[in-house]
Write a protein that binds this ligand. Structure first.
Ligand code: ASP
Ligand code: MG
Length: 409
């Protein structure tokens, strides 16, 4: 008998009606002769509400208590789904992360999984039950409840699929799969049938908010194929899988925009060894999430350093840079919050040349100015003005022919 892991996100279990629909979907999978392990997120919006609630008590809650609070969201959904399954005459049991032995380190609110003992789950499955596990949570070696970071239920699902050697790992969400671009921006964006883990990782971190990035990293490391699909219809979604040769036929798999970063430039920094180290050490010390870094050619012993920072860290970066300017002898700092990062992603880039040139040409043709560029083996990103972002995504999608099915996937 094959084992299928089915993870349902917050919007798929947003209210009692949706929970009953999930129960029907699980029942259908059972009828097809499979064992089912369900992993759930909290009811849509619950985690945000819990965070808001904590803020009404304090601006500075203890991370341990935050985890205690946030982990309750998933306990609500798993118990309700088990009840809904019971109503259908199906044997089901809900279990928390601690109960199934998801052992993590002690870094509260972003804990890493150290070990999972799948024994409890296996025992229940073998007794013919559907096991419904709370996503996003674990327990550390001192019995403290931990959580795995926002969107962490995906990680729970992928990790359990790996440990229990599941035959399939399905991630149910409210979109039909992974698209060549955001369908709200590009009318003829196409749903991909197949995408490699690496491409998905780039897309996950570039602002295609469908999958949690750490879960994709985990899936790559342990060779788990993920099927991302909608719980609102029966259509097949997108398979996130190991890289296969034919995938390289498509030069570009997708275009994304990220409007959640700002550009920072430190002007006239002394061009001497150790200055960049000092700047980025200070930024690292305040845990700022920094991305593209560019240092200009130096002139008269001075240079400019630019980088992008995630907007949620902008205020604290601004604060530390004021002091830093005097400390390292820089002139001033410039900020640009009206930027967007546009990226094209595809493993086909490894074997096709001229992709960067084409991207820059397309942007130039539309009179879109490029402020920063960065590349990896399978990605090219350009920072441009925010109000030109949608246009850039549309023309790149068009010029790289993404609406067209290139390969019989
Ligand atoms: N409920 C958690 C969150 O909203 C975990 C998840 O949904 O995966 O981040
Ligand atoms: Mg979620």
């Amino acid at each position: 008998m094959s084992l299928i892991v089915q993870k349902f996100g917050g919007s798929s279990v947003a209210d009692p009606e949706r929970i009953k629909i999930v129960a029907d979907r699980v029942a259908e999978t059972l009828r097809a002769g499979h064992q089912v392990l369900v992993v759930l997120s909290a009811l849509g919006g619950t985690t945000d509400k819990l965070i808001t609630l904590s803020k009404e008590i304090t601006d500075n809650p203890s991370d341990r208590e935050m985890d205690m609070l946030l982990s309750t969201g998933e306990q609500i959904s798993i118990s309700l789904l088990s009840m809904a399954l019971h109503e259908l005459g199906i044997e089901a049991i809900s279990l928390t992360g601690a109960q199934v032995g998801i052992i993590t380190d002690s870094s509260h609110t972003k804990a890493r999984i150290k070990e999972i003992s799948g024994g409890t789950i296996q025992k229940e499955l073998d007794q013919g039950k559907v096991v419904v596990v709370a996503g996003f949570q674990g327990i550390d070696l001192s019995n403290n409840i931990t959580t795995l970071g926002r969107g962490g239920s995906d990680l729970t699902a992928v990790a359990l699929a790996s440990v229990l050697k599941a035959d399939q790992c399905e991630i149910y969400t409210d979109v039909d799969g992974i698209y060549t671009a955001d369908p709200r921006v590009v009318a003829d964006a196409r749903k991909l049938e197949l995408i490699s883990h690496d491409e998905m990782l780039e897309l996950a971190s570039l602002g295609a908010n469908v999958m949690n990035a750490r879960s994709v990293e985990f899936a790559k490391k342990f060779g788990v194929t993920i099927h991302v699909r909608s719980s609102f219809n029966q259509k097949d979604g997108t398979l996130i899988t190991e890289e296969a040769e034919k995938m390289e036929d498509a030069v570009i798999r997708g275009v994304t925009k990220n409007t959640e970063e700002s550009k920072v430039t430190i002007l006239h920094v002394p061009d001497t060894p150790g200055v960049a180290a000092k700047v980025f050490k200070i930024l690292a010390d305040v845990n700022a999430n920094i991305d593209m870094i560019i240092q200009n050619v130096s002139e008269k012993g001075k240079t400019d350093i630019s980088f992008t920072v995630i907007n949620s860290d902008f205020a604290k970066v601004q604060k530390v840079l004021e002091e830093l300017c005097t400390e390292v002898g820089a002139d001033s700092v410039e900020y640009d919050q009206n930027i967007a990062k546009i990226s094209v992603v595809g493993i086909g880039m490894k074997s096709h040349s001229g992709v960067a040139a084409k991207m820059f040409e397309v942007l130039a043709h539309e009179s879109i100015n490029i402020k920063m560029i960065s590349t990896s083996e399978i990605k090219i990103s350009c920072v441009i003005a925010k109000d030109q972002a949608d246009k850039a995504v549309r023309v790149l999608h068009e010029e790289f022919d993404l609406a067209k099915e290139l390969i019989p996937e």
